[in-house]
Design a protein around this ligand. Structure first.
Ligand code: GLC
Length: 613
């Protein structure tokens, strides 16, 4: 008789084999011996999987929507900046609990190259923890402790490139053909130049061009991001197998979710911008189908900061429906939040968020966020801007860059310009949530209160929009820009460090305490509202008042109407509009108070946020 374990493996293999082969063969054709190696790999990792994690697999097989629950709330941090190292994280678990966090994302924590490592995204060993943070054993201890507290662990896995100090790259440099095939290397510049014609620049100021010449090997290497980040050759099935091996290794160490970095760039084709190509979706489907066999508790989160049209497919559409990433970053919520706040006008936001995005996905949803460790790129297209009378996309992008760098007269924001593209003139912005929202520049009590309200507007929005909300470390206490980054040589040239300050554990000011308590309250209220499960659709509605952004979350318990005032003045919302959305009670589930209807309307305070049920 087969053991229960073997039986489970067989059943899961049967469940996922179709999804796996259909994608894998699109990429690599029919390769029986390669496929046999993939299956053997899955068996090996399944056998090695700890019993506690196998129990979790079963639990999540039974509740495949576990990560969509309204109880899920994320918190993202750099281990060193939050707690020194992994041992330190153990001490701060009570803090995470008190905030209401159920999903913890450690920013890049695998062993990076020495010196400038692009914030850890230049990895030289995927099987080792960054030694300055601890060992793999320390990591496992933290992951286990968090799991026992009902929290989940996310780590970054960089799929598009490795550090040039990674063993594969070093061996490629030494001339080993096998490893040269892991990367994209060219003997002369012709091909790179042909590709460059249609490629874009990611870091135009610090890392112009997409290829680097190495005289010691006399080859051009594809380096989309920085020179030290060598793009992997995903057309080689050996790369697929290596990465799958790493994914399962990490899953068996207790990782619940892998943040798949820069996935848009994984496949290249001449004459295209080499982003979001159809093969990328096959790679992601094949990886997910495979890890579902040997570590079904693991979910995948795609990081693709791309235009709406290109973003949606990462959550699975068409033949990939329910088969691709479980989560994807909704960068448009972030962009539109800041755009509406500066413009005091939500029309573009309403247009973009209601036009380009499905109201729900199959076993997948957004990661919603207002700030993260990266810059804000003003991804506003001409086409979308045209939907708003009088709005010009270029000028609006320029306005936003000026506004959030504090250059625009009267701007409440303080931030920096990150990368100026000399050709398109586009400029992105750096800056912490609180500094961009006005807390740094506030000099009067009224200005401080306004900044606080803008912050809470953002927190309430991401907590209810639909998806898994991700709070970025320190935003819950309003940490300001950290101008000291220029003193650290490895950071000095990258002003994204402006918004990656160290956590402040002591001497919180009264305003910081207010932000913390209010953030905590929003999280606690979210967790009580099943309407806010990410499994429920988000339906954006236009109230006709450009100051307000409004949406309906459809739940079995009846709808929840989210109302957000992006201006600093009171706004009226007619009772009739609210009733037409199916909301009859006029109870604000966010403050747990009733809202008065006066003269046929409710009044929404400056930067007010309401969850009417
Ligand atoms: C992702 C990361 C970013 C990094 C890039 C290259 O976009 O979020 O910080 O620079 O990938 O790895």
């Amino acid at each position: 008789m087969k053991s229960q374990d073997d039986l489970l493996f067989d059943l899961r293999w049967k469940r996922s084999a179709g999804d796996f082969f259909s994608a894998f063969r699109n990429l690599y054709g029919e390769r029986p011996e390669v496929e046999a190696r993939v299956k053997a790999l899955l068996e090996r990792h399944w056998q090695a999987r700890p019993a506690e994690l196998k129990a979790l697999d079963l639990q999540r097989d039974l509740e495949p929507e576990w990560f969509l629950s309204e109880k899920m709330v994320g918190y993202v941090f750099y281990v060193d900046r939050f707690a020194g190292d992994f041992k330190g994280v153990l001490q701060h678990i009570p803090y995470l609990k008190s905030l209401g966090v159920s999903y913890v994302h450690f920013m890049p924590c695998l062993k990076p190259r020495p010196g400038n490592s692009d914030g850890g995204y230049s990895v030289m060993d995927y099987r080792a923890i960054n030694p300055t943070l601890g060992t793999m054993a320390d990591f496992e201890k933290v992951a286990t402790a968090l799991r026992h507290e009902g929290m989940t662990v996310t780590v970054d896995l960089v799929l598009n490139h490795t550090a040039k100090e990674h063993e594969w790259a070093m061996r490629a440099k030494k001339g080993e053909k096998k490893y040269q095939d892991y990367y994209l290397m060219f003997a002369n510049q012709e091909e790179p130049l042909a590709y460059e014609k249609t490629l874009v620049e990611i870091f135009p100021n610090d890392a112009p061009g997409n290829f680097t010449f190495y005289p010691e090997i006399r080859k051009w290497v594809w380096t989309t991001f920085n020179e030290h980040q060598w793009d992997l050759n995903w057309a080689n099935p050996e790369v697929f197998i290596e990465i799958l091996d790493i994914m399962l290794f990490l899953a068996n160490k207790g990782v619940d979710c892998l943040r798949l970095d820069a996935v848009a760039f994984m496949w290249k084709r001449l004459g295209t911008n080499c982003q979001n190509l159809p093969e990328v979706h096959d790679i992601l489907q094949a990886l997910r189908a495979a890890t579902r066999v040997a570590a079904p508790a693991l979910i995948h989160k795609a990081e693709a900061i791309v235009a709406p049209r290109d973003l949606v497919p990462y959550l699975g559409v068409g033949r990939h429906k329910g088969r691709e990433a479980n989560l994807a970053y909704h960068n448009n919520v972030m962009v539109q939040f800041w755009s509406s706040l500066a413009a005091r006008d939500t029309r573009l936001m309403t247009h973009v968020l209601s036009t380009h995005f499905p109201e729900s996905f199959r076993n997948a949803s957004w990661a919603t966020y207002i700030r993260c460790h990266d810059d804000i790129g003003w991804a506003i297209t001409d086409e979308d801007a045209e939907a708003v009378p009088g709005l010009n996309a270029f000028h609006h992008r320029q306005f936003l860059a000026d506004f959030y760098s504090g250059q625009f007269a009267g701007s409440f924001a303080r931030g920096g310009i990150f990368q100026e593209n000399p050709i398109t003139k586009d400029r992105r912005n750096s800056g912490s949530f609180a500094s961009l929202a006005g807390l740094e520049a506030a000099t009067t009590e009224a200005e401080t209160n306004a900044a606080l309200d803008r912050i809470l507007l953002g927190v309430a929005l991401m907590a209810s929009f639909g998806g898994l909300p991700l709070l970025y470390m320190g935003d819950e206490i309003g940490l300001l820009n950290d101008y000291g980054f220029v003193d650290i040589p490895a950071h000095a040239n990258d002003n994204r460090w402006l918004h990656r300050p160290r956590m402040q554990w002591q001497n919180l000011s009264p305003v910081q305490q207010r932000i913390f308590e209010a953030t905590r309250a929003i999280i606690a209220r979210r967790k009580l509202l099943p309407q806010l499960s990410a499994a429920n659709p988000t339906h954006i509605v236009d109230s006709g008042n450009a100051a307000l952004f409004t949406f309906i979350r459809e739940g079995d318990e009846g709808p929840l109407l989210g109302i957000f005032n992006f201006t600093d003045v009171w706004q009226n919302l007619p009772e009739g509009f609210i009733r037409a959305q199916g909301v009859q009670g006029f109870h604000d589930a966010l403050s747990d108070g009733d809202v008065a209807v006066i003269n046929g309307a409710i009044a929404v305070p400056p930067y007010g946020r309401l969850w009417l049920v």
